[in-house]
Design a protein around this ligand. Structure first.
Ligand SMILES: *Cc1c(COP(=O)(O)O)cnc(C)c1O
Length: 395
């Protein structure tokens, strides 16, 4: 990869793109990775240069060669016109929503959204006169009937956080576009590698880089990418906030990026093996994994997605709370904790019922979300097997 012109000659495949995107070695004496530029002030040689802002970098809040390298790489991977990076996934959600709304506006947000997305809408946007209405994630083209003259954006998250409903992104995007409404997609689960967000109709796509881009549970980062219609507005809003991520975090993310396709494929394979194994267990009522044929959103997943990532949920058959807790507490290889997408496996008990408003969450038993890491599948199964033993003893 020597220049942009050279890059554009042939369309590359995903694994090649994540390996090469955003790298300009000969701008850095041939070193393969962009160095970490730490800086606030950028000097201008003359007043004329300052007044004309005649250089690519003008002040630290607007970015550095390190952060720009990640933005360029992500933009290419997402099939976007531009991308910005911010200090967390939640900051990316906030920035996308603020890019596409204004006082007096109406927002449509999926009932299956990441909890803190709701808290941002209800706790902060409401204070600025923005009304949020939650909709059934399975609504599809029916969302059209909910769009009002003052609706500025529809937020989707597919699959939904914890509950794993797959949304019909193209159908919702088509309905939104007809009415000039911005389509915002939280694409953290699939990443652009398994769901090209803009190609499928998203105007703004959010990624919690904290998860698969980092891949090592050592980084908080968010990304927002935009298509041609929304790129300028996104960059403008981003600059007004001065909410850019730092160069050290961008550098860590670039490091994660280079192995992301490889990790995702492996975590997909392992998660699918474990999901299938769990589906056959007598203690499990349902496995919520979009790539399993009995998942209610499987047909949409099969039509629109290129892969299935390492995160899924299960519903246990009715069991006392202490039995489900004994199952989880004794696991040796699965950590109990928030976040996911790292190299280590995690498990999290969850309950969507308290905050759902447009739909009801009525599982038949205790619900658990898994994030499958890079451990050997056989060891993970043995760990879970011992967990089921504890569950049975306490039931
Ligand atoms: C984790 C997560 C976020 C937030 O990312 P943070 O970096 O933890 O703020 C947003 N959306 C989804 C779907 C997530 O899982």
């Amino acid at each position: 990869m020597k220049s942009d012109k050279h890059e554009k000659r042939r369309k590359k495949r995903t694994a090649t793109i994540v390996t090469h995107a955003g790298r300009e070695p000969f701008e850095h004496f041939g070193f393969i990775n962009p160095p970490i530029y730490r800086g606030s002030t950028v000097l201008f040689p003359t007043v004329a240069d300052l007044e004309g802002l005649r250089q690519p970098y003008t002040y630290g809040t607007k970015g550095t060669p390190t952060t720009r390298a990640l933005e360029k790489a992500w933009s290419e991977i997402a099939g976007a016109d531009d991308a910005v990076i911010v200090p967390s996934g939640l900051a990316a959600i906030a920035l996308a929503l603020l890019t596409a709304t204004k006082a007096g506006a109406h927002l449509l947000v999926t009932d299956s959204a990441y909890g803190p997305t709701r808290f941002f809408c209800d706790g902060l946007l409401a204070r600025f006169g923005v009304t949020t209405q939650y909709y059934d994630p399975g609504i599809g083209a029916g969302v059209s009937a909910l769009i009002r003259p003052e609706t500025t954006a529809i937020l989707l998250e597919s699959p939904g956080s914890q509950s794993m409903e797959v949304q019909d992104v193209p159908a919702i995007a088509t309905a939104a576009r007809e009415k000039g409404v911005c389509v915002i997609l939280d694409n953290t689960w699939a990443t652009p590698l398994f769901f090209p967000p803009h190609e499928r109709g998203a105007d703004l796509a959010i990624e919690a880089g904290t998860k698969y881009l980092s891949g090592h549970a050592d980084l908080l980062l968010g990304l927002v990418s935009a298509n041609a219609r929304w790129a300028k507005r996104l960059r403008h809003t981003f600059n007004l906030f001065a909410i850019g991520a730092g160069p050290d975090d961008a550098s860590l993310a670039l490091r994660g990026l280079r192995t992301m396709a490889l990790r995702l494929r492996e975590q997909e394979r392992a998660a699918l093996a474990i999901a299938q194994w769990l589906a056959a267990r007598p203690e499990v009522a349902r496995v919520l994994h979009p790539a399993l044929p009995d998942h209610p959103g499987h047909h949409i997943w099969k039509r629109d997605y290129l892969g299935s990532s390492g995160v899924f949920s299960i519903i246990l058959k009715p069991a006392p709370k202490e039995a489900a807790e004994a199952f989880v507490d004794g696991l040796e290889l699965f950590g109990i904790g928030y976040s996911w997408g790292g190299y280590e496996s995690l498990v999290l008990p969850f309950d969507c019922a308290p905050y759902r408003t447009a739909t009801k969450w009525l599982p038949e038993g205790p619900a658990l979300r898994f994030s499958i890491g890079l451990e050997d599948v056989a060891d993970l199964k043995e760990d879970l097997e011992a967990g089921f033993e504890r569950l049975r003893r306490k039931s």
